[in-house]
Ligand binder design. Structure first.
Ligand SMILES: [Fe+2]
Length: 442
């Protein structure tokens, strides 16, 4: 089949079916803004047109960026269908087949490298950019969250459809590189261009979180809430951010209500949602709030959904819940699975060995009241925790745990040192721009 159609960003697709292309573009736009449900849009198209190469690749990418090992088999089937399609894949699609094939086979690092090269050759492939961007987050490649987007920015114009999504990603990358003023400016601009871009909203929320501007963050998220709180794949995570900001303001009841109403796993929750639930309950525990009943419910979900060895980040959050719920045998089994992953062939082996294994062991020790052991295991990890993946705000849980464990162990020198470290960090970022809510339409 000859390539005759292009998407809104000028990318060639090996299809002549305009109905398939229209559904693809609709699903892709939903994917870019994390709105639901692009899978539901694309599924009937692929049932009718299973040889639609770019459609199969979009489905695979959406499944893989859920970072849920239970979805890898479905993603691989999509990649295989794309590779076997009688509609011969063009060069761009073949490049994506190689990258997504590696990813669905468990080699996220190789996939990310292939996507990196792909984007140098195809800087306007917004789908590939989002895949690589989320891959950078998964792999803990903080600088690439910023720099990979920068490689493509000059190849776009502000008038191009989808340009706001590019800015949303760039804003988050700037934030993860501690460039808070630029991150907030770019994030606001992205939101102005496309208010439904929940990734841009999220980037500004991260700025507020990192600068300790809880009140600003609450105003920002509440003012933009109508765009992300329903029918959006970012709803749980942005509610998680909102709950953190309430905690930062000392409003524990409001934070707890957000857990119950918006973060506690819904029946359809994926691993990323369970990660947020674990991380929020753990922070309550650090603050001395009794959430034991909630831990029991969450641990039951992890026992069903943990896919050990696929994501070091997920694995640590699973052990967190199992240990906090008092399921010692399951927590130990999880730690053993991480140890196995650390010696395995997967791309995540290094992350498991260097970060996930000591971190999970430390959290298990904390839950058992072995605070000095927790400190001993976790303190060295803080210097290089990024391979765990996730954001600085998410990995801040490790710092907070060290502080609380040190306090409970009576290590006053360490509590003092960690407190000074945090104070210095906040002082550096204390300079702040204008009020964020000024940039939200009434
Ligand atoms: Fe976040």
């Amino acid at each position: 089949m000859t390539t005759t159609l292009r998407d809104a960003h000028g990318q060639a697709l090996s299809t002549t079916d305009r109905a398939s292309l229209a559904a693809y573009e609709h699903a892709l736009d939903l994917f870019h803004s994390f709105r639901t449900d692009p899978v539901a849009v694309l599924t009937p198209v692929l049932e009718r047109d299973p040889g639609f190469v770019s459609g199969q690749l979009l489905m695979a990418g959406m499944l893989l960026t859920a970072f849920d090992g239970q979805l890898h088999g479905m993603a691989k089937a999509c990649v295989d269908a794309a590779a076997a399609s009688p509609q011969k894949a063009n060069e761009r699609e073949q490049s994506l087949i190689a990258a997504l094939g590696a990813w669905s086979s468990g080699d996220a690092l190789r996939a990310n490298r292939l996507l990196g090269r792909h984007l140098i050759d195809h800087p306007r492939d917004l789908f590939a950019l989002q895949l690589a961007h989320l891959g950078d987050l998964f792999l803990g490649h903080s600088f690439m969250l910023r720099d990979r987007v920068a490689r493509s920015l000059t190849q776009w114009s502000a008038d191009d459809k989808g340009y706001g999504y590019l800015l949303g990603m760039h804003a988050f990358g700037l934030e993860e590189c501690n460039d808070y003023a630029r991150a907030e400016s770019v994030g606001r601009r992205a939101f102005e261009l496309q208010p439904h871009d929940s990734w841009a909203v999220h980037a500004v929320a991260h700025v507020c979180e990192m600068q300790g501007r809880s009140a600003d963050g609450i105003r920002w998220l509440k003012a933009t809430q109508r765009h992300w709180a329903t029918d959006c794949g970012m709803a749980v995570h942005n509610h998680w951010h909102l709950a953190l900001m309430h905690m930062g303001s000392g409003e524990m009841e409001a934070a707890l209500a957000l857990y119950d109403d918006a973060v506690a796993p819904a029946p359809e929750a994926i691993a990323l949602n369970l990660d947020d639930a674990s991380a929020l309950l753990w922070r309550f525990g650090l603050r001395g709030v009794d959430v034991s009943a909630r831990w029991q419910a969450l641990a039951a979900r992890w026992r069903l959904q943990a896919a050990w060895g696929v994501s070091a980040f997920n694995d640590v959050h699973a052990v967190m819940a199992l240990a906090a719920a008092g399921d010692d045998s399951a927590a130990k089994a999880g730690i053993a699975a991480i140890a196995e992953a650390a010696h395995g062939p997967a791309a995540q082996a290094a992350a498991a060995a260097a970060v996930a294994l000591p971190a999970a062991s430390a959290l298990h020790a904390f839950a058992a009241g072995r605070y000095a052991q927790c400190v001993e295991l976790l303190l060295p990890v803080l210097a290089a925790s990024s391979p765990l993946g996730g954001s600085h705000a998410q990995r801040d849980l490790l710092h907070l745990t060290v502080i609380e464990a040190a306090s409970r162990a009576g290590d006053r020198a360490l509590v003092r040192a960690m407190g000074d470290e945090r104070a210095a960090r906040k002082a550096v970022v204390a300079a702040r721009p204008a009020r964020v809510e000024d940039h939200v339409a009434a």
